[in-house]
Ligand binder design. Structure first.
Ligand code: SF4
Length: 166
């Protein structure tokens, strides 16, 4: 998996102060996409163990306390990206259990296949759905268009229970 950008301190993409990783690769081709250069899976640079250690170190940093990690893109839930991101989110929940994980995806929750759903037990909040330009509204919180939904995923049953926040 490649990534385009990493922000070690971010207050825009989710609740609180966070680390945010913009991964490469997306096949949704939404009209009006804010980040078309992220569509290519070969854009950016390879996500390697050095970058993984960097994220873990930032999440454990006690000087600038982060609430968690945001994964955006591109599409972190694209099947090509799961192989890299699943071990990452598992490690974060193991080593930084007090940190939350937010994910933006162009898939709707009910479209996720078995491979993609492996991510759900480790995700706290997921914003789903393609960006639809005709439903775009800059006043929306944490989403670009009104069709997208913000869900908190229940830890009791992460495969089924999605609590819609917005
Ligand atoms: S899902 Fe996101 S990154 Fe992918 S095309 Fe749509 S707006 Fe762009």
């Amino acid at each position: 998996m490649n990534y385009l950008q990493y922000y070690p301190v971010d207050i825009i993409n989710g609740e609180g102060t966070r680390c945010t990783l913009f991964v490469s690769g997306c096949t949704h081709a939404c009209k009006g996409c804010y980040n078309q250069k992220s569509w290519s899976f070969s854009a950016g640079v390879e996500f390697d163990s050095v970058m993984e250690e960097h994220i873990i170190k930032d999440l454990k940093d006690t000087r600038i306390k982060r609430q968690g990690l945001t994964l955006s893109g591109g599409d972190p839930m694209h099947p090509n990206n799961i192989e890299t991101l699943l071990p990452l989110v598992q490690r974060i929940k193991r080593e930084c259990p007090d940190k939350d994980i937010w994910v933006w995806t162009g898939y709707q929750i009910d479209e996720l296949d078995e491979k993609q759903r492996q991510m759900l037990p480790y995700i706290d909040v997921i914003i789903d759905g393609k960006f639809e330009q005709e439903k775009a509204d800059p006043a929306l919180i944490w989403r670009g268009s009104a069709n997208q939904k913000v869900y908190r995923i229940s830890k009791d049953n992460p495969q089924i229970d999605f609590i819609q926040l917005f």
